[in-house]
Each structure stands twice: as structure tokens, then as C-alpha cells.
Design a protein around this ligand. Structure first.
Ligand SMILES: [Zn+2]
Length: 535
């Protein structure tokens, strides 16, 4: 480890090597006649599989990497000097939000080195309803099947590759189950059929959002029946689990493990909420490692921030999660609802730990709004914010717990961010890990971090021939400076691009050059090949 780190952080040895290479190149200039597209020369390759860094040139032709190896002379249309830089596989985000049909630019991803995102998270199939509203907001005519959505997205100019999951909550809506806890055999058959259709259209698996409506009403039997279809097709079940609270996360993980009898399962945005000691993180890891030791293919993704993000319904009691139940609770037992919200806000660290993210409250805490209005916070939630209320960052995690979780061998780095999510994770996740967790705090090595950002998430999502710097793989590449890379995204300014990510190449096409977006649109829609049986 020490020698590889020295090699990365000692400019003298790198520039010496560059000089030597320069001299050698002058002699070797004769000969090669093959025309290549990109020649990324003089960099330190970190391959994404977790292997130690090595000096190597990378050459691409069309959308593929065609050479990774010792410096040689090539003829290429475009040369990138990566001296002193790391050349890594483009980052793969297994839990991303946004819809290219509605949000336009995905530059927040591209500028932090992301070359592929997986959408359709938390139980919502993209295209069926807007991610910005509730499922009731869109008239049936506005809905698309996943196939139609994929086709529409494929016609757009894209800055990253786009993959999708089928959402379990959407299956419930499509099959007419809605918020009913019971599912008839005919409805379950319909859900299984729709899921299979989505997987055949190219979805990489199914997502569930068991803390949300309508996913929260699903029972174990229903989830297992759907997991069977996903497993048969070689996909992955990704879950925003039923609870992330310290006292309930164990049962939630067990519920997910129960769906692993047919294939791979995955914990989305791994965190322990309301943890009281670092041991709460250790317990979760022991449970996950225990499952893996028994052969359960379970993985996770995680972002490097201590606040989650969501609307104020996160504070609501289980008996008032739907609009109807909320209005009933208000009419029938307002005092009980107020008392619940008061306790819940207190448990989550108080109204000062809730930073509102939508106009007209942007960047004010709930405590501040309450003080301005001279109302208790729970009354603000009920009387001022209305059902759902604005999105907010909720500061509910412990650093010592999240540090343990992010170092788990099978935890990929993912943003849980999106173009419209006002949280620094949308712009800063990958550079923050490379800056803080690797360079400053040395919680993991550079090659471990890069593996968590590329090779591991490629395996998790089931992407073939992506996530590695290797001959024959797709040319998804990020070139960054390990000495200067840092996130500039803050809570006040969550949409500032990072520093130190110089080049981002997607399918052999330069999407980011010298840290700025190019006019290219290099992204594609990714579809899971029907025969894929990745395990
Ligand atoms: Zn989620």
C-alpha cells in the first residue's frame, strides 16, 4: 500500500516517468498506422477491480477500450495527457434520481465522473408518473410503459448512460392493488406479468420503497413472489427498506434477505437512523456479513453525508401516511397527531436538524420557520406545510456509524441524488469520498474507493463490460487528480461542481474536458440483455 501511495502522491517520480516516456516515444514514433480515437497517456490506471495502481496508457476506438498497457506510441485523433492523474473507470451510480424527459441535464452526475446511472428507484417505475409529484398527479394518458419511456429517453441527448429498474410501488398501482395490504391471486399474477414485461424491456431488476406509499402496504409473500421473477431473469432486487431506524433495521434487512432465495438483493442508501453508538453500525455489518457467509448475494450502496432527504411525510405516523388517513387523523384526533409529530421531531434531533429545501423555505430550518411564525414546529408541519410539505435534509446519522458502513467490502458508493435534489450528494458524492475518506482520513485506499465506484456497482447493477479499465470494455473513463480532487457542494450551495475531475469519457466520447461539460451527448440507454444471468 505504502509504495503505491507514494507513487501517486510523489510528483517527482511521475514526471520522471513522463520524461523517460517522452524520450522513448521520440524513438518509437515510426510505424503504427492504425488510427485510434483517444490516447490517454502517462496516467496511473486504477482498474476498478481493486488491483493496485499502475502506470499505463489507455487507448480507445469507437466505444471500446482497445489497449491498456505500458506506454507506446499511438496515432489517435485526440490525446489526453494524464500525467500525475488517475485514470479510472467511469463511476456507476446504482441509486440515482431524475428523469431525462423532465429534468433535462444530468450534468450534476457527469461533472462528478458518473458515466452510468440506475433510475427507477424506491419503488417507482420511471414514466408511469412524474418523480416531482404524487402518483395521482398524472392523468392516465400521460403514463408510459417502461418500454415507451426507454424509447423516448433514447431519443434525447444524454450526458450519462441511463439504466432503469421496475418499481414495485408502481406495479401495485398498475395492478389495481394500490394501498390495500391484501393482494388477490389475479392481482399478483398481473404484477408478476408486468414485472416480467419490464425486465424483458431491459430493466436491470426491481426496486421497492417499503417506507413509502404504496410499497409500505406490501407483505413478505408478495415481495417474495416478485423477487422470484427478478431472480429467474437474472436481475437484482434493490430496496429502500421498510425501516432504517436503529431498532427496526435488523428486521428490515431480514425481510430483504428473505427475498434472496431467487437471486441478488441490495440495500439502497445504507444508513442507521437514530443510532446511539458505533456498535449499532457493527451490528448491521455483522448481519450483512453473516448473510453473505451463508451464500446470500447481498450488497448495498451508500452516500457520504449525515443527512437524508425527503419530504415531511417522513415525520408522519404509520397510521397517517396517505393523504386520506392524514386528513382523517386531523379531523378526528388532532391532538394525538400533534403529539406524535412533536415526539418524532424531537427523536430526529429537533426542528433545527430539518433543513428545508423547497421554496419558499429553501435553506431555512424547520426551527427557524417555526420561530418566525411563532408556532410550535408540529403546528407548522400541520397548518403551514400541508400534506407532504416541502423536501428537506434530515440530519439523522452518526459519523462513526456511517464511517463503518461505507467501508463495508460490498458497499458501493451511490449518490441517491438527482438534478432536482437540493442536497450536496447530488453534485459532490464521489469527489467527497476521494477527498475525505481516501486522501484526508485514509479510511480506504484509492483502489478500494475506485472499486466501490465502478467495478462493484457494475456487478451489482449487472452491467456487462463496464466498470473496468480493461481491453474490450466500454470506454467509460474518468481522469482525476488524486491530490486536488474535492467536492465544492455545500448545504448552502449544493449545486456547485467539484474540483479535480478533469476528463469524463462515456462510450469513448468526451463528455467532460478540462473539468467542463463539452457539447457532446455521449450517453445511451442501457438495456439488460435478455439472456443475462449474471450472478
Ligand atoms: Zn430511497
Amino acid at each position: 500500500m505504502i509504495t503505491t501511495k507514494l507513487r501517486l502522491t510523489t510528483p517527482v517520480s511521475v514526471s520522471m516517468a513522463a520524461m523517460l516516456f517522452g524520450a522513448a516515444a521520440a524513438f518509437a514514433a515510426e510505424g503504427p498506422s492504425e488510427q485510434h480515437d483517444l490516447w490517454i497517456k502517462g496516467g496511473t490506471v486504477i482498474d476498478g477491480a481493486g488491483q493496485a495502481p499502475r502506470r499505463a496508457d489507455v487507448v480507445t476506438r469507437a466505444d471500446r477500450i482497445v489497449y491498456v498497457g505500458p506506454p507506446k506510441q499511438f496515432q489517435a485523433r485526440h490525446v489526453i495527457d494524464a500525467t500525475g492523474k488517475v485514470v479510472a473507470p467511469g463511476f456507476i451510480d446504482t441509486h440515482a434520481h431524475g428523469d431525462p424527459l423532465e429534468d433535462g441535464s444530468f450534468k450534476n452526475f457527469a461533472l462528478q465522473g458518473v458515466t452510468s446511472v440506475v433510475l427507477g428507484q424506491d419503488g417507482r417505475t420511471p414514466g408511469y408518473a412524474s418523480e416531482h409529484g404524487t402518483d395521482e398527479d398524472i392523468p392516465p394518458g400521460g403514463r408510459r410503459t417502461l418500454e415507451q419511456w426507454l424509447q423516448a429517453v433514447a431519443r434525447l441527448p444524454l450526458q450519462t448512460n441511463i439504466a432503469s429498474l421496475v418499481g414495485h410501488g408502481t406495479l401495485r398501482l398498475q395492478a389495481g392493488v394500490g394501498i390495500s395490504p391484501a393482494v388477490t391471486p389475479a392481482q399478483l399474477q398481473k404484477m408478476r406479468g408486468l414485472l416480467e414485461q419490464g425486465l424483458h424491456a431491459g430493466a436491470y431488476g426491481m426496486s421497492s420503497g417499503l417506507e413509502y406509499v404504496p410499497g409500505r402496504f406490501a407483505g413478505t409473500e408478495e415481495l417474495e413472489a416478485l423477487a422470484e421473477v427478478v431472480g429467474r431473469e437474472g436481475g437484482v432486487v434493490m430496496s429502500h427498506m421498510r425501516s432504517e431506524d436503529e431498532d427496526k433495521i435488523g428486521a428490515a434487512i431480514d425481510e430483504l434477505i428473505a427475498q434472496a432465495g431467487y437471486g441478488r438483493v441490495h440495500v439502497s442508501h445504507l444508513k442507521v437512523v437514530f443510532a446511539r453508538s458505533p456498535q449499532d453500525g457493527d451490528r448491521v455489518l455483522a448481519q450483512l456479513d453473516g448473510a453473505r457467509a451463508r451464500g446470500v448475494a447481498i450488497t448495498a450502496d451508500i452516500y457520504p453525508y449525515l443527512a437524508g432527504y425527503g419530504d415531511l411525510s417522513l415525520l408522519y405516523p404509520p397510521w397517517a401516511k396517505t393523504r386520506e388517513a392524514w386528513e382523517q387523523a386531523l379531523a378526528k384526533d388532532r391532538a394525538k397527531l400533534e403529539a406524535y409529530l412533536r415526539d418524532r421531531i424531537e427523536l430526529r434531533g429537533g426542528a433545527g436538524a430539518i433543513l428545508l429545501a423547497d421554496a419558499p423555505y429553501t435553506d431555512k430550518t424547520l426551527a427557524k420557520v417555526a420561530a418566525e411564525l411563532k408556532l410550535p414546529a408540529e403546528k407548522v408541519v400541520i397548518e403551514v406545510m400541508g400534506f407532504g410539505g416541502p423536501n428537506a435534509a434530515h440530519f439523522i446519522m452518526r459519523a462513526d456509524v456511517q464511517d463503518r458502513l461505507i467501508c463495508w467490502l460490498y458497499a458501493a458508493i451511490g449518490t441517491d441524488g438527482g438534478p432536482w435534489i437540493r442536497h450536496p450528494r447530488s453534485w459532490g458524492t464521489y469527489p467527497k469520498v476521494l477527498q475525505e475518506h481516501v486522501r484526508e482520513r485514509k479510511l480506504m485506499t484509492l483502489e478500494q474507493a475506485v472499486h466501490k465506484m465502478s467495478g462493484l456497482p457494475a456487478q451489482i447493477a449487472g452491467f456487462a463490460e463496464r466498470g473496468r479499465i480493461a481491453d474490450g470494455y466500454y470506454a467509460d473513463v474518468v481522469v482525476f487528480d488524486p491530490k486536488t480532487i474535492r467536492s465544492e457542494a455545500t448545504w448552502d450551495h449544493p449545486d456547485r461542481p467539484p474540483v479535480g475531475i478533469d476528463e469524463v469519457i462515456v462510450n469513448g466520447c468526451v463528455q467532460v474536458a478540462a473539468g467542463r461539460l463539452t457539447a457532446n451527448h455521449c450517453g445511451r440507454v442501457l438495456r439488460r440483455p435478455p439472456q443475462a444471468k449474471l450472478r
